[in-house]
Design a protein around this ligand. Structure first.
Ligand code: NI
Length: 158
């Protein structure tokens, strides 16, 4: 398993729904969580490891890890917040991104159990960032053109 970086078209494709949550998906989730820990990231989505499937994992400091399979966003707050984001697929650069302050999401875990959560703070931020990956969207897409150009210039220099 390897992290796919900006420039690879896989990151721009829409991920496909997972038909069956079986042992292979269970293993995939475990490997993604291992990778996330290794890279000291907060979240990791399927397309970032070359798997165009609707799955992402999140691990916040002092919180248990979470697996989201075939997620649907039920609701987002109208209130927005600005917070600095980075991405394992766009290493070395960070930028403030404006997103809804809260999100309600429904998904299945790696055991095939459905769940719904309402998240705020860092968890909401991570969920929205990772969900974007399933749609082929990156955090840099949320920036103004000027800020994105500057960020990409810095990224390309690294
Ligand atoms: Ni990311």
């Amino acid at each position: 398993m390897e992290i796919i970086k900006l420039g690879n078209e896989i990151l721009r494709q829409k991920a496909e729904r997972i038909q069956k949550i079986d042992g292979a998906i269970h293993t995939l989730a475990a490997e993604m969580l291992n990778m996330l820990e290794q890279k000291k990231g907060v979240g990791l989505a399927g397309p970032q490891v070359g798997v165009l499937k609707r799955i992402f994992v999140i691990k916040l400091v002092k919180e248990p890890s979470m697996v989201f399979i075939n997620p649907s966003i039920l609701k987002t707050a109208q209130e927005t917040v600005k917070y600095e984001e980075g991405c394992l697929s766009v290493p070395g650069v960070w930028a403030d991104v404006i997103r809804p302050a809260t999100v309600a999401i429904q998904a299945w875990n790696e055991k095939g159990r459905p769940f719904t959560i309402e998240a705020s703070g860092l968890l909401a931020r991570a969920i929205l960032h990772e969900f974007d990956h399933l749609e082929g969207v990156l955090f840099i897409d949320h920036l103004s053109e000027l800020k994105r150009t500057r960020l990409l210039a810095k990224f390309n220099k690294l």
